[in-house]
Design a protein around this ligand. Sequence first.
Ligand SMILES: [Zn+2]
Length: 270
Amino acid sequence: MPPFAELAAGVSRIVAPNPSMMTGPGTNTYIVGEERVAVIDPGPAIPEHIENILEKSAGSIRWILATHTHPDHSPAVAALAARTGAEVLGMPAPAGAHQDATFAPTRVLADGDALEAGEFRLEVVHTPGHASNHVCFRHAALNWLFTGDHVIDGSTVVIDPPDGNMKHYIESLQKCRDLGCAALAPGHGEIIDDPVRVIEWIIDHRLQREAKVLAAVRANPGLTTIELVPHVYQDVAPHLYGWAERSLLAHVLKLEVDGVARRSNDAWHA
Ligand SMILES: [Zn+2]
């Protein structure tokens, strides 16, 4: 991916220099607007990336928005706000590990809110699932959705309970699909220009995995979550079983809420 790209009139993207297995090519930072600018997901607090954001923003940065508060999305907010005096918009970080506790919104967002910038309008869509405080932003004129880690390009996102919630994730995917957006601008990877097809693929993929989890619980009653992993994730190498267990837990917790599976002590039954 190019480190900087102009994607549409008044929308450009800088890729933060934090590539990894979890972040793909790096975190996408979006710059919206030409005179008065909004920055979406400034990313990790890497000084050269922050300088780059300041340099590539043609106008003055008035707003800084975070889709959520995982460490690859929001830690640069504080430094960028200090440099620009911009307003900080987002939902506060929940308690727990893998959260950026430095994130301090001056405007706390809720579903249905909008940032009216004159030049553009960003509408807030609360999308819990990957993270409880996750929001997407719909650019009204372009009908694009900035999706953070709710939908990313080229791989599936981690749903890590308890803050990650598979039932909420699937419901939030349905909500975004029904917006009928023209394109998705994800937190990692390239623009997705067939949103409905991609979102439906993700929903199908998750529900197929869920069916596999339920079949494994039925065939092997009384196993714990980690014991179920090899029955569900035959395609996953054993050194990744830790991640697979988190994902499997997200599925069985959804099945429990749906009334299909139940837990006694740490063992699962259907
Ligand atoms: Zn995330």
